[in-house]
Design a protein around this ligand. Structure first.
Ligand SMILES: [Zn+2]
Length: 164
């Protein structure tokens, strides 16, 4: 055992207690400690301190905090993105329902108008109010279809998230 080896090992004792050495260094320390009372005692003194340090959040405060913050931020971001996505989806569904209503109204009118003109060939005030009423009903139906589609999508999305 040389003096330099003893000094070298002494410098590693704190790290050895903390379990921060490479396996080669660890082996070196273990071998030296077996034959050196001073280092053995010092290593024993370091052990509770090291375990105490490990128990405290201070050795890795940044990584702990960063991880927790990142996880929270990620969850928040996902939530926000989902919220935004749902909002956009609602707009799209409503717009689609409207578009569908407006686009299909002439077709509906043509079909029903042709059908009605067979029954009532003469245009009347009753027919006009009937037409307006049909349009209102048709629009309501379009809205309802859009609402149902939105709810179905939301439910399906929640189901998928539960499975994930
Ligand atoms: Zn020693």
């Amino acid at each position: 055992m040389t003096m330099s080896e003893h000094d070298k090992i002494r410098e590693l004792l704190a790290l050895a207690a903390a379990g921060a050495l490479t396996s080669a260094e660890e082996k070196q320390v273990a071998e030296h400690v077996r034959s050196c009372i001073a280092c053995s005692n010092e290593l024993d003194a370091w052990r509770p301190i090291a375990s105490e340090l490990r128990r405290l959040p201070t050795p890795q405060p940044s990584s702990w905090l960063v991880q927790a913050t990142l996880a929270r931020a990620e969850a928040k971001f996902t939530e926000q993105a989902e919220h935004d996505w749902n909002g956009r989806l609602m707009i799209v569904v409503v717009a689609f329902a409207w578009l569908l209503t407006i686009a299909s109204w002439p077709v509906f009118q043509l079909v029903s108008g042709r059908f009605e003109s067979l029954l009532e060939p003469q245009f009347s005030h009753t027919q006009l109010s009937h037409t307006l009423l049909s349009f209102a009903a048709f629009t309501a139906l379009g809205w309802l279809a859009g609402g149902v589609a939105a709810v179905m999508l939301a439910v399906r999305q929640r189901g998928e998230r539960r499975l994930a």
